[in-house]
Design a protein around this ligand. Sequence first.
Ligand code: FEO
Ligand code: CA
Ligand code: CA
Ligand code: CA
Length: 596
Amino acid sequence: AVSSAVKQGLMGFEAVAVNRFDSVTVPTGYTAKPFLPWGTPLLDGAAPYKADGTNTAADQEKQIGSHHDGMHFFPIDLKDGGTDSGEGLLVMNHEYCDPMILHAFGGAGLPRQAEEVHKELAAHGVSVAHIKRDDSGQWQLVSGSQYNRRITGMTPMQLTGPVRGHAKVRTQYSPDGTATRGTLNNCSHGVTPWGTYLTCEENWALLFVNRDQRMPREHRRYSVSDFNSIMHWETAARQDPLLARFDASAVAETAEQDFRHEPNTFGWIVEIDPFNPSSVPVKHTAMGRFAHEGVIFAKAEAGKPLVAYSGDDSRFEYIYKFVSKELYDPATAGPHLLDNGTLYAARFNDDGSGEWLPLDLADADFRAKAEAAKVEFSDQADVLLNTRLAADIAGATKMDRPEWGAVHPQTGEVYFTLTNNDQRHSSQLNAANPRASNSQGHIIRWREQAQQRFNWDIFMLSGDVFTYTPQHQFMLTAENHHASPDGLWFDPNGLLWIQTDMSGSQLSGGAFGNNQMLVADVATHQMKRFLVGPVGCEITGVVMTPDCRTMFVNIQHPGEGSGPYSFSSTWPDRGTRRPRSATVIITKDDGGIIGS
Ligand code: FEO
Ligand code: CA
Ligand code: CA
Ligand code: CA
């Protein structure tokens, strides 16, 4: 049978070979152009980017952040059908920052300088960029647009859902537990059926420290450090008391020093309305608290609950599903749908069946399991604050680091990357996580069935040439071998785009060259390498305009692990030595569909 992709004239390009060039390589006939690199002036009055790392915290607050990750293009006419492919809002995450690149000479060391910490907080978060194609067909930032916006690690946010107002989210900043400041370590993203952006808090736990010997479970289970936070932000508290919030130790005698609950206001999915620049971002607590990699919706159908999936990217963590209580109605759909519902964790049985296990105190089975495990939850908010513990109790399947999910636009099948897990021992294998020391990762997929059941199979085992996926008699070749799949996206034509995040020796010395992006026809398993990134980068974040003729891809942390005096990458600026995370705009030279 001729594949659907071939029928549509897709997948006709010649695969890119693996390489270690310090550039973005795309197939012959395509062009990739850097766009909106870290430091680009975004807001009114923003200072120009300084290539020596001397931009201030105040500068950074008005510039594009660093470490571009998940991203979406909202056509400017979204409310009227959303077909505009020449103008829109490009919204992207800034996952984290690298002091070696962010600061001149890598920064001043310990204790941290408050000015540097504020620059780092401002490099995190989200950018909303109004962009438009000019008369020559080039994409430009619309300077001065009311839509251009930065959301950072200090932006005021609301908490909604069952945890709002709970005792464990009451802080000095928000004594009634209804608000918090900032979003951090925003990895992948999601897009709601009503046209807003969701950004997901992944490795936030590392940014906090709690030296209390009785560290609470809602910190310990998420690996909040008991000796120091990864960025040492709290060490700048003597210069700026605002920064004491990153030390959650229970040393406080007075409310003024009480930051014990700050970490509990992170680990959520955050909604941002890019078309309403004055809107306050909302953290949706009903969707659970973990290292959210991203969130992906099943096709919304009127009269049915809204369904969304989210992975917890940590070794031996879980895949989750949120099902709204309220039924979806396109006329009234909005944020309220995400504030009331049931959270489930996935169990993958070895026979190819699976089930969604409710994490819900209203469920007798869950209550019985909690009792048997001698675990007490004060209320459903306490369950959500301790989502990982709840999934342990429910008996979900421990996965090899769930990263992005993608829902097939025609079949509704859900695909999920399991990026790697080099700590899975041979005694811990199961059919859904079948490889010990799984350093190369795989992609799993499932089809929903009635009564919170599903059927699953492994779509692909990642690895070197000749890596074989028995379910589909599918073998990797020089055109598509890769490791550590992470970003995942179905384009409107039904092609699956797969992005890699190799690191360490797998990146520096493996068979796979620099990180890459592949595209697959899932019906036939035809798969080709479409892009190879510059030295030291990760490829993450991909979206197209509605006409499928412009693709945006994010290049995160070129030159990672080098600096501050010399860098392993000078992409994209070349002339200056400091590398910068950036978007690339990919077009076909003949104006054709991306992927053809
Ligand atoms: Fe930030 Fe799991 O990638
Ligand atoms: Ca990722
Ligand atoms: Ca990753
Ligand atoms: Ca990365």
